[in-house]
Design a protein around this ligand. Structure first.
Ligand SMILES: [Zn+2]
Length: 238
């Protein structure tokens, strides 16, 4: 090893020691607190504790099957029950910038997928936000969920195909019919995109309620020649 290599090596180990010391001191004076249950977290890289992650309830097959599949989708799969814990996790992901929660949620979703739901050739497409909302939030939360899924499954993500062209009003107080009307013509395909070769798409979103949003996105994909469009979401209410 020459002298410059030794000095680079010394520098990088000093950097590591400094960083670890800083992290140690930070966690001593400002211990990480779980954003869901307010308990102290030992690992500094997460904002949700292990207990809260393991408290997520997987929806049973009966409940999922009982949900009507919107007409443009070939299948829907919400993974967890939309209760207090996941509601807080998704809220943090959307409104507090906790992108790491989206990634971890995606990993947990991927581990719960039955064989065959996600084909090798299925392209993951996070449901896009309207540009105004994306500017406001700074990012699309569903992209982080998709990235967590892809980390485990190896599927390709395309977030450049779909675009949201209608800045829809919030759907919270709308009934199923109103939600479908609200979402009509909300999506389009980016003109520069070549969809040839894409036969199967799995749309990724945070919560499935009536499926109006994913249905509208699926409609434009199908009218552009995509054969199969399924929906995969982190949660759905029972
Ligand atoms: Zn917790």
């Amino acid at each position: 090893m020459n002298s410059s290599a030794v000095s680079i090596d010394k520098k990088s180990s000093l950097k590591t020691i400094t960083r670890e010391l800083y992290q140690g001191l930070t966690s001593l004076f400002f211990p990480a607190i779980c954003t869901v249950c307010d308990q102290r977290i030992d690992e500094s890289k997460t904002v949700v504790c292990k207990h809260c992650w393991s408290a997520l309830k997987v929806l049973s097959a009966d409940i999922v099957e009982a949900k009507p599949t919107p007409e443009q989708l070939d299948a829907i799969l919400p993974v967890f029950e939309f209760e207090d814990t996941i509601q807080k996790i998704i809220h943090g992901l959307k409104y507090s910038g906790y992108k790491s929660s989206g990634l971890h949620l995606g990993r947990l979703i991927a581990k719960r997928l039955s064989k065959g739901y996600l084909l090798k050739e299925s392209i993951l497409m996070p449901v896009p936000l309207h540009p105004n909302k994306k500017r406001e939030r700074g990012y699309n939360q569903s992209l982080y969920i998709a990235r967590g899924i892809a980390e485990i499954t190896g599927n390709i993500i395309r977030d450049d195909v779909l675009k949201r062209v209608k800045n829809t009003i919030t759907q919270t107080h709308l009934n199923a019919h109103e939600r479908h009307e609200n979402m009509r013509d909300a999506f389009a395909i980016n003109r520069c995109c070549d969809l040839s070769g894409i036969t199967s798409v799995v749309l990724i979103d945070d919560v499935f309620t009536t499926g109006a949003t994913m249905n509208a996105a699926a409609a434009v994909l199908k009218s552009s020649g995509v054969v199969s469009v399924c929906g995969l979401t982190a949660a759905a209410p029972i």
